[in-house]
Ligand binder design. Structure first.
Ligand SMILES: C[S@@+](CC[C@H](N)C(=O)[O-])C[C@H]1O[C@@H](n2cnc3c(N)ncnc32)[C@H](O)[C@@H]1O
Length: 512
């Protein structure tokens, strides 16, 4: 079958939010590991592709030393070009195969391997974890992502169909993806059509259709390397943890704590769960069966490290908290002035406790910045905070309402007189089809006007300069209606500029 090399179709990728050393350091510390300071960390990314993740990390942590390795030379060149444009002196990219890498690379405090483990042959997979085990410094954290079962059992039929459809094609890589998509569409349409004529027919057509829908708006580089790559080996979580253990590594937790939290279960079901799955790994594996999980981002530490489970609320000391949810405001459903509520990725939290409400209000007001736990404690009452509020905040964290950072990023909540955006985001906004990264390492689909403005927000232009820029340069060249409308007059440009800067500030793109 044709092999689509990463040089033929580079994997564009984006920054991987949960892989940032600030996040890895915080998660490690929460579980009792003395993780090294991110600001001076040694960071290795294995399979760094075109450097979208590592360049953003290097740009945000100028005191860190970063190395990216990848065996696709053209991708390495692209990563180096971005680093050079940004003037980064703390990051290197080397063309190197995982199979050939060894202790000569040095020791690293944080190792990232995103989207590599499942996409390489078994010996390379083994070497990947071997490298993490050999190169991870004591107290360090490795972030390894992979496709997993049981969810991938349902994704595989479409992948196998697409691999089959292109197995004998001698066409350029770009055309292979187009052909595979077209074939998949025909098969799925036919299967759905037949199923409709046989009510109650097999689920199979719907399984295929769901997957086709999933990849419909994914870019070709994703489909090429996920659905047409000869190797895509999902693994059960418990087997991954056992593999890591065989290479001197220990499971710490999921990069997204919400995904390892036990759902609220009725008492008898919770007890059944407890008896079926007594340990952390068994419990998370059982949850993967519940959720049909397809992908994992796991954090690992050295085998000898003492991992404290469950984490104690006091472990929030020294960490900063960023709110992820929104307080329900007047006019919104479920609004009740007597009982404020927070809607967050894991559900809705009624803020009955006045101290918790005060802490959430402070976190809300300071967004997108993260607030040190000590500042929250001082604002509430330190003794009560550590006794009563910190456990509640820790619970909120495991339910998806908070992020934790060590040495937090410092986005500003509003644009200053000379707005300045994160340098990496400015560089990305000049290129087509990228998802610019915020200072928090999150990526967003940035709307047209903020996207058009981003490259110009280098701290040298006033709001008037930027409004003139909209009128004279951005609007006349724009294809997007909103950008053209913004440039009708200086007055419209000033209004649109204020909205665009607010959009960027709220998401953490602007710095002081
Ligand atoms: C699916 S991509 C993920 C890229 C990037 N980490 C991301 O998430 O955007 C896999 C990357 O691993 C690299 N890779 C695959 N096999 C490799 C090997 N044996 N040695 C080094 N790099 C490898 C590929 O070139 C590619 O850049």
């Amino acid at each position: 079958m044709p092999v689509i090399s990463y040089d033929a179709i580079p994997y564009e990728g984006t920054a991987v939010e949960a892989s940032h050393p600030r996040r890895l350091a915080a998660l490690g510390r929460l579980f009792g590991i003395e993780t090294p300071p991110p600001s001076s960390a040694r960071v290795l990314e294995i399979g760094s592709a075109i450097g979208e993740n590592l360049n953003a990390i290097a740009a945000g942590l100028p005191g860190a030393t970063c190395l990216g390795i990848d065996n696709a030379p053209r991708q390495v060149e692209l990563a180096r070009e971005t680093a050079a444009r940004l003037g980064l002196r703390n990051v290197r990219f080397e063309p190197l195969d995982i199979a050939e890498a060894g202790p000569a690379l040095g020791q690293f405090d944080y190792i990232i391997a995103h989207g590599v483990y499942s996409w390489v042959e078994a010996p390379v997979r083994d070497r990947l974890l071997g490298l993490c085990g050999e190169l991870l410094a004591p107290g360090g954290i490795a972030f390894v992502s992979y496709n997993c079962y049981p969810g991938w059992h349902l994704r595989q039929p479409l992948r196998e169909l697409m691999v089959f459809a292109t197995r004998n094609l001698d066409a350029p890589p770009g055309q292979l993806v187009g052909h595979a998509r077209a074939m998949a569409e025909i098969v799925v349409r036919t299967a759905l059509d037949l199923e409709a004529r046989l009510p109650g027919g097999p689920l199979y057509a719907r399984v295929l259709a769901r997957e086709l829908e999933f990849i419909a708006d994914r870019p070709d580089d994703y489909v090429a390397h996920e659905h047409l790559e000869p190797t895509n080996a999902p693994v059960y979580f418990a087997d991954f943890v056992a593999h890591a253990a065989a290479r001197g590594l220990q499971y710490v937790g999921d990069a997204w704590p919400l995904r390892m939290a036990m759902p609220d279960l009725a008492g008898d079901v919770a007890a059944e769960f407890e008896s079926l799955a007594p340990g952390q790994v068994e419990r998370e594996q059982l949850l993967d069966f519940v959720h049909g999980r397809t992908f994992r981002e796991s954090l690992l530490c050295c085998a000898g490290a003492a991992v404290e489970r469950p984490p104690a609320p006091a472990r929030l000391r020294g960490l900063a908290l960023r709110l992820l949810g929104d307080l329900i405001g007047p006019g919104e459903e479920r609004y009740d002035p007597a009982l404020p509520k927070l809607v967050h990725p894991g559900g809705i939290l009624a803020l009955r406790d006045p101290d918790l409400l005060e802490a959430v209000r402070i976190l809300d007001a300071r967004r997108p910045a993260a607030v040190p736990a000590e500042e929250l404690a001082a604002a509430v009452d330190p003794r009560r905070f550590w006794q009563r509020t910190a456990p509640k905040l820790l619970r909120l964290f495991f339910h998806g309402g908070l992020q934790l950072e060590a040495e937090p990023a410092r986005p500003v909540p509003a644009a200053g007189p000379l707005p300045r955006a994160f340098a990496m985001a400015r560089d990305q906004a000049r290129r087509d089809g990228t998802m610019p990264v915020a200072l928090t390492h999150a990526v967003y689909d940035v709307p047209p006007l903020p996207l058009a403005l981003l490259p110009w927000l280098d701290g040298t232009r006033t709001h008037d300069d930027l409004a003139r820029l909209i009128v004279e340069e951005l609007a006349p060249r724009a294809e997007d209606d909103a950008v053209r409308a913004a440039g009708v007059s200086f007055a419209t440009a000033r209004v649109a500029l204020a909205g665009a800067l607010q959009w960027l500030a709220r998401r953490g793109y602007l710095e002081a």
